[in-house]
Design a binder for this molecule. Structure first.
Ligand SMILES: NC(=O)c1ccc[n+]([C@@H]2O[C@H](COP(=O)([O-])OP(=O)(O)OC[C@H]3O[C@@H](n4cnc5c(N)ncnc54)[C@H](OP(=O)(O)O)[C@@H]3O)[C@@H](O)[C@H]2O)c1
Length: 330
């Protein structure tokens, strides 16, 4: 855990009202924003020890009572204090998304099996003075009972879910010709089934509370849109093609149900996380090489896309964001 500077403690607590009222944009916004970014950037992340990460999705700086404060991004004010569930929040993209949402003032339930990482991230967000809160929850998403208990705990302790970010996912190196059925099941259970169970439960939670503006965001992959000739990712790719179909099917069912709840998927190319180290768990050099040949996306780039889709006006429905590292060919 890094020491929090005095400057950071003073500046980061937002007091924005629902409309961000009472704030005046500072005249040297560019310089101040750069200074604030410098404060927020390049610190080691608790969920990715030893690595430097851009920890913040930039927010606006406003002057309140003579002090600079970080306030919610335009379009994000309406989500303040509402509840987002982020699956797979113990590292990588999920941790970056959870952090970005807490920074925007949301109450975030972050779940995964390695709950200690989420607890550390929650403490980090608290020390940073972010306006939202991160609530860690231990859940094995390959177990439906675990998922149902989590939704029932959210219901009894926090009312319900307004945003569901289905991020948890994995790849195992099980090819179609000789892979193990258990490896396929591991991928299917989390990437497809858990995502579908969480989606159903999140929708039911919105429906029972008459929440008509919720949002379900699936972290898909470019592998959900084209098959790379790399045998160890073929089954994984099939699970992500399923996510493409599930997101569009969901969008259609939400329209049939005459709600304004939105369904989006975000489809990144290579993102530098622990993902390849879990795929190639017997060959860490191969895993490391995955991220070395090009400048990859960072988890924060994907978090930025999540904030963008959430911040669009309620009548705008983004279906899919496909994003690759600029240098990625496939
Ligand atoms: N990295 C990439 O290049 C890339 C590219 C495109 C799409 N994606 C997608 O992005 C998403 C996040 O991946 P990442 O790159 O951030 O990978 P990561 O660093 O390996 O993180 C995966 C997350 O999923 C969670 N998870 C896996 N199995 C779980 C289970 N049974 N129960 C609960 N949580 C589980 C992990 O938590 P625990 O292990 O603590 O449970 C972890 O928090 C995935 O859907 C992945 O397919 C990644």
């Amino acid at each position: 855990m890094w020491p929090i500077s005095e400057e950071r403690r003073v500046e980061s607590r937002s007091e924005a009202g629902p409309n961000g009222g009472g704030h005046r944009r500072v005249s040297d916004g560019g310089r101040s924003a750069a200074a604030a970014s410098a404060v927020l950037r390049d610190r080691p992340s608790c969920c990715d020890p030893g690595r430097s990460s851009a920890i913040s999705v930039p927010s606006s700086l406003c002057e309140v009572g003579g002090r600079l404060r970080i306030v919610a991004r335009a379009g994000m004010e309406r989500w303040r204090d509402r509840l987002a569930l982020v699956t797979g929040a113990s590292g990588g993209i999920g941790a970056a998304v959870a952090r970005a949402l807490v920074q925007q003032g949301l109450k975030v339930v972050g779940c995964a099996r390695t709950v200690g990482n989420i607890e550390e991230l929650a403490a980090e967000c608290k020390s940073a003075g972010y306006p939202g809160t991160l609530i860690p929850y231990r859940c094995d998403l390959s177990n439906e009972e675990d998922i149902l208990s989590m939704f029932s705990a959210v219901r009894s302790q926090h009312s319900g879910v307004d945003i569901c970010i289905n991020n948890a996912g994995l790849a195992r190196p099980d090819t179609l010709l000789s892979g193990s059925t258990s490896g396929w099941k591991d991928m299917f259970n989390v990437n497809v089934l858990a995502l579908s169970i969480c989606t159903r439960e999140a929708y039911q939670s919105m429906k029972e509370r008459k929440v008509d503006d919720g949002h379900i965001i699936n972290i898909n992959s470019m592998s959900g849109h084209r098959v790379v000739p790399q045998s160890v990712t073929h089954f994984y790719s099939a699970t992500k093609y399923a996510v493409t179909a599930l997101t569009e099917g969901l969008r259609q069912e939400l329209r049939e149900a005459q709600t304004h709840i939105r369904a989006t998927c975000i489809s990144p190319g290579l993102v530098e996380t622990q993902f390849a180290f879990k795929l190639h768990d017997k060959d860490p050099e191969k895993a490391a090489a995955t991220y070395e040949h090009i400048k990859c996306l960072k988890p924060e780039d994907v978090a930025e896309a999540v904030i963008y889709v959430l911040s669009t006006p309620p009548h705008v429905q983004i279906g899919d964001i496909q994003m690759r590292p600029t240098e990625q060919v496939t």
